[in-house]
Design a protein around this ligand. Sequence first.
Ligand SMILES: Cc1cc2nc3c(=O)[nH]c(=O)nc-3n(C[C@H](O)[C@H](O)[C@H](O)COP(=O)(O)OP(=O)(O)OC[C@H]3O[C@@H](n4cnc5c(N)ncnc54)[C@H](O)[C@@H]3O)c2cc1C
Length: 404
Amino acid sequence: MFPPTRAAGLEALADFVPRAGAAYARQRNVDTGPPRTNVSSLSPYIRHRLVTEREVVAAVLGQHSLPAAEKFVQEVMWRTYWKGWLEQNPEVWRRYRRDVAELIDAGGADTPEYRDAIAGRTGIDAMDAWARELVETGYLHNHARMWFASIWIFTLRLPWQLGADFFYRHLLDGDAASNTLSWRWVAGLQTKGKTYLATASNIVRYTDGRFHPRGLATEASARTEEPLPAPSPIPDAEPGPSGVRRGLLLHEEDLALASLRREHRWLDDGRVVAVAGGADPDSRSPRGVSEEVRRFTAGAVSDGLERAREAGDAQALDAVSPASVVEWAATRNLDTVVVPYAPVGPVADRMTALRTALHDRGIALSTTRREWDSVAWPHARRGFFPFRTQILRLLSQQRIPGSP
Ligand SMILES: Cc1cc2nc3c(=O)[nH]c(=O)nc-3n(C[C@H](O)[C@H](O)[C@H](O)COP(=O)(O)OP(=O)(O)OC[C@H]3O[C@@H](n4cnc5c(N)ncnc54)[C@H](O)[C@@H]3O)c2cc1C
């Protein structure tokens, strides 16, 4: 269903654009099962930036007015919002990682209830079908994700962190911010005290009667947590590096190299003498990810490298441990390794370790952040609704044709 290439992402985008206006606004909440035409199914491509958020919004506004496509643009901006929010609240990610590890260590993933839920054996027809669809395809419709998370937490009474981990291990679009914060939102942690309760009538209605779930919880009391520390401001983007022998290291957070080059002209000044890339999707969970996620992520990075190769030299790194990157950098006699900015999540954790390992060998690590993120993220301080009021300004700052 999802060939892991930029070409496939662009084809899916071109196919979807005519439906991104009023039809999307009207029908996006309906889930009649695969194949779907009412939503874009672009998330695996956007998540790895095989296709960027900017490209998607620009393509849609090339065919629809902003009022007609407002709903779709807003959904894309949810992704940017979640990323900006987590960037300013990294403690949420640290706690999530700690909790998942502790729950698994304590046997939380060995209970019959957990095993039945992930194997599609709960006896709740919709839940069982979604668990199987997720494992088989690596994708779920947004409404199904909301219902699934709600039933997991409030009907099955399983820990939300283990549900988020199950999604993160199987979603081709598995994303630290969108996944963790959406699960927190359903559990009543993200908008404190406000939970999402899945009801049988809503599921029957929006699945066109495919499912008739029984025995769902009728109330959803919010989960609670220790207060979070104050948000930390987003640091300024780093300036271009000063080194003269630079290597570009691609990773699974951003694989649209050509547009990165257009944004950061210094990437084309002849000082980038080597390109390499690699991914480590298994770092998303203590239990690793599914074979489908592994295949998609590896394929996406290979595709990024293939496109880099057209522009010169590029090498796939089988191992992405700091030691193997240091070895590559040393063999190529690099003074700087440049990486696309990795937002809070496993790749950022990997880059932190890499920075130290490179520093010990006298090699600098330099990050390059996209203007889209730098402009939007600081506005993701509070809820989505104040963020939404900034969207028009953000789009015009991005000089997207069709924006005001
Ligand atoms: C519990 C839960 C977990 C989720 N986990 C992830 C995840 O790991 N990765 C992920 O990309 N999305 C996640 N989402 C958000 C959303 O469900 C998916 O982005 C969407 O279903 C992808 O399908 P689509 O490409 O057809 O979306 P469309 O409706 O066509 O939307 C276009 C694009 O906008 C973005 N988008 C749409 N809705 C959302 C949203 N609510 N939040 C963030 N971005 C959105 C995606 O990049 C998507 O591809 C989660 C939602 C829930 C409720």
